[in-house]
Design a protein around this ligand. Sequence first.
Ligand code: GDP
Length: 542
Amino acid sequence: MTLTLPEEAARRRTFAIIAHPDAGKTTLTEHILLAGGAIRAAGAVRARGENRRTRSDWMKIEKERGISVSASVMTFEHDGKMFNLLDTPGHEDFSEDTYRTLTAADCAIMVLDAAKGIEPQTLKLFEVCRLRDIPIITFINKLDREAQDPMTLLDDIASRLQLDPAPIWWPAESGNRLRGMVEVGTGRFQPYTRKAAGSAEDPEHPAALPLDQAAQYFEAGEQDNLAEAVELVEGGYPAFDRQAFLEGHMTPVLWGSALRHFGIDELLKAIGDWAPAPKVMKARKESPPETRNAPAPVETVVEPGADEVTGFVFKVQANMDPNHRDRIAMFRMASGAFKRGMKLKVQNTGKSLSVNAPIMFFASDRELADDAFAGDVIGIPNHGVLRVGDSLSESGVVRFAGLPNFAPEILQRVRVKDPLKAKHLKKALEGLAEEGVTQLFRPEIGSDFIVGAVGQLQFEVMADRLGEEYGLDVLFEPSPYAEARWVNGSDADIEDFSGKYRPQMARDIDQAPVFLAKSSWETGYVGERFPKVAFTKTKERG
Ligand code: GDP
C-alpha cells in the first residue's frame, strides 16, 4: 500500500533520550531497539556504553568516527510507525552537539535513575527541551534496584521542573521486592520476573492481567496495599492529557528497568501513540544573500506533508578517513519526499548539490537511502559545503532559523607550537568551529584565537584532532576570559559599545559581535551600564 506524503510524515516519531550519565541511556537505547525489532540481541549498543567509561576509550571511539556516525540516529519501523532515535552524546563533559541534536527531535525521553531522581545534567537538558517546546516522556529506570518512594520522585518532577507528572503505570515496590506495575486507570497488572540465580538469560515477563486476578505474584497483604496505593494515585494525580503533554505542561511517567527489559514495550507504545509527528515549522522564504533583485523575505510555514523537500543540518560529522576532508552533514527533513539523486540548494550560499549517496541509518547497518520523509534524518556526504545550521531545499529559498549556539563555559587561548603554521591553524580552527565541535572567537585587537567549549574534554579532543587531521601541534592556555556573550542591539549602539570595550570585543565565526568578560560580575556590571545593548547566552544560527 502506498501512503500519501502527509500519511508518511504523520507516522514518523523522531525522538531523543536525555539523561544524566549512568542513568541508563545506552541500555535503554538498546532495549528500545530490541523491543522495536531493530536488533536481535542485547550487546550491540551496550559495547559503546561500556567503552565510553574511560576518557581514553571514549577518544578512541571518537576517532573511529564510523561508530559515532552510524549511531547518530537509528531508524526502525515498528507497528506501522517509523521511529528515528537520535543519539545525544551523553559523556560527562558534553558538548553543544547534545543541545543541537535536540533541535532535530520532536520529543524527548527523560530517563531518571529511580534511586537518584533528577540530577544536574537532567536539569540542563530539560531546560533545552523547554526552550524548544519539546514534549517529554519520563521513564524512571532501574526499578530492579532499591528506588526512592515513587511519590517523592513525582513531586520532584512537579516542583523542580514545573511539569505535571501523569503516572501511566504505578510500580509495585522496587529492588528485591519488585512485583511488577499497575496501569493507572485500568488496573491492569504487569508482573515482573526476576532472573533465576545462576541463569545467564533474563526471563520474559508474564502477560499482563487484571490486578485482582494476580494473587500468585504477591505475598500476603501486598496485593491489597497496592490496590489502595493505586486508588490514591488515581485520585491524587491528574489523568494524562495529550494536549497538555504536547504543550509541554505535562509529562506521562512510565517505569521499568532497561537492563531487565521491563517496561520497555510500554514505553515504545507510549512513544508511538503520544509523541508528536513532525510539526509544522516556521520558516522564511528568503533568497540567498547577494541575489540580484531578490524579493523581500517573507515569513512562512512549512507543512510536513508539503511536496517540496526542505530541512536543516543539525550536525556535521567528520568522516572516518582523516586523509579526506569528507564530512557527513546530518540533515533533518521538515517536509517533502526525498529521492536519491535529488538536487538540493543551500539557502545561505545559493550552492546546489546533488545528493547521490545519502545515508540512512538503520539500526543494524548503514544503508543507502532511497526515500525519506519529514522527520527523517539523512546523512549527506560533502566536502565542507554544508555547515551546522544550513537550510536546504529544492527551491533554495527556504530558511529555518533557530539552531542555537550556546555561550561556552570555558574559554582558552590556542597557540600552535610552530609559528610558521599560524595560517594553517586558522583554517583548522574554522573547520572545527563549522562542524560545531567548538566555538571560535577572534578578538578585534591582536592575533590570538580564543576557543570556547562547554566542557574541558572538548579541548582534549580538539587538540587530538588538530594533531591527527591537520598535523598541528597545539597548546591550549588559560585565557583572561570567563564568559562570552553575544551583543545585540542596533548597529549604532553596538558600534558605540564596541568602541568603549574594544580590547574585550571579538567576532565569532559568523562575524557576530561578542563581548568577552573576565567574570560574570563584569558581564552584569557592563550590561547595566549599557542598557541599549543586550547580552545573550545563545545565538540563533541559520
Ligand atoms: P548511560 O551513561 O546513561 O548511557 O548509562 P548506561 O546505559 O551505560 O548504564 C549505566 C550503568 O547502569 C550500567 O552499568 C548499566 O548496566 C546499568 N543499568 C542501566 N539500566 C539499568 C537497570 O534498569 N537496572 C540496573 N540494575 N542497572 C542498570
